[in-house]
Ligand binder design. Sequence first.
Ligand code: UGA
Length: 441
Amino acid sequence: MHLTIFGSGYVGLVTGACFAEAGNDVLCVDVDERKVEMLRRGESPIYEPGLEELLNRNLAAGRLNFTTDAAEGVRHGLFQFIAVGTPPDEDGSADLKYVLSVAESIGRHLSEYRVVVTKSTVPVGTADKVRARIDATLAERHAQIEFDVVSNPEFLKEGAAINDFMKPDRIVVGTDNPRTAELLKALYDPFTRNRDRMVVMDVRSSELTKYAANAMLATKISFMNELANLAERMGADIEKVRLGIGSDPRIGYHFIYPGCGYGGSCFPKDVQALARSAQEHAFEAKLLNAVEAVNLRQKSLLFDKLSRYFGGDLAGKTIALWGLAFKPNTDDMRAAPSRTLMEALWAAGAKVRAYDPVAMQEARRIYGERADLVLAKSAKEALSGADALAIVTEWQEFRSPDFDMIKSELGRPAVFDGRNLYDPAFVRRFGLKYYAIGRGD
Ligand code: UGA
């Protein structure tokens, strides 16, 4: 089948590469010429395990192409996927200007029937706006051409996106027209062979499903973080509590890991956007607001613990930081807890020696050269001359470190673990002070 994907960001690129891998003829359209050039050379602008390989294989096979030409895009695919960004507005609601500008391009160049698919995370009612924008543009041209608008949210996790796409738990399709459901079924068939994983519903329910999924997961995390803070005060160990409740299948083990807060480009943005949408419907989303507030507080927790440890005076101290990315297997630092911590440390006059297996370049891009940030070449080098260690991302290589080495490198041998990676009793045996989340300091 012929497909066009507008937007070669995270979602668009993974979607395009995976559809091409299944044998489709995919054309990706992006306004950024430099990015299109890079992609034509087979270089991925984002770090995602397995993506570059898919990109190169399908480029070579001629099934995956890149262009800046929207007209060519509209001509190419029966399916027109909209996968451009929906950055948060000043008030946290999703900004639809890129989505609607693609809708306008489609309206301008449409010459025969097309299925327009919104893949970006968009507020409920967006498909209607897309349809209205295409209609208005067609009216300007005095053209009458049939098209459908379908909502098909994505549920990819960064770092595992290819696998998530190739072996989806579910494919949600929101459409008010049975004909398009059949077309999408045929398109997704190679990914759902063993079981029918397609959940077809009306457009608005599908749009809300995407937010509901992320908001539910964010709620689980904030709930556990709240309990961790309670456990700390009550002399309980949240890790024991986690195992105790996870074994109940109604609760489950997934996404109940307490930590130093959730980050990334999705949870913070989507929880906020849903809460703002609620406001627009004159409804106060009390739980969503609390989920967000708990997370903001949680992202400051490591700093608060460090500050307490140093008697409120961090000026002139050096803190080693392990992990910059918002989670392992990505270089993404958007809304990462590491940023909250570093910025608070700098504001308090401390220096940071940071190490991350893949996000060093990203950190340099965000913060540039500054005297109070050393980007170390290894986990060990980050420790050198530091007063304490803070762990923010649970990369595999931090899971069983040489604690003797940590002790000898640190000025004040204290470890602040934002991801509960170790057994407290084990770490303390090395003569290290150990502060984790919800495990009683
Ligand atoms: C999330 C969802 O998991 C995907 O299903 C969804 O498609 C995606 O957003 C999206 O909307 O595009 P992602 O942001 O890549 O995916 O990352 P997650 O693996 O969900 O982690 C989010 C944050 O929660 C991380 O900072 C992680 O450290 C934190 N987290 C996760 C916890 O603190 N505790 C947990 O138990 C799980």
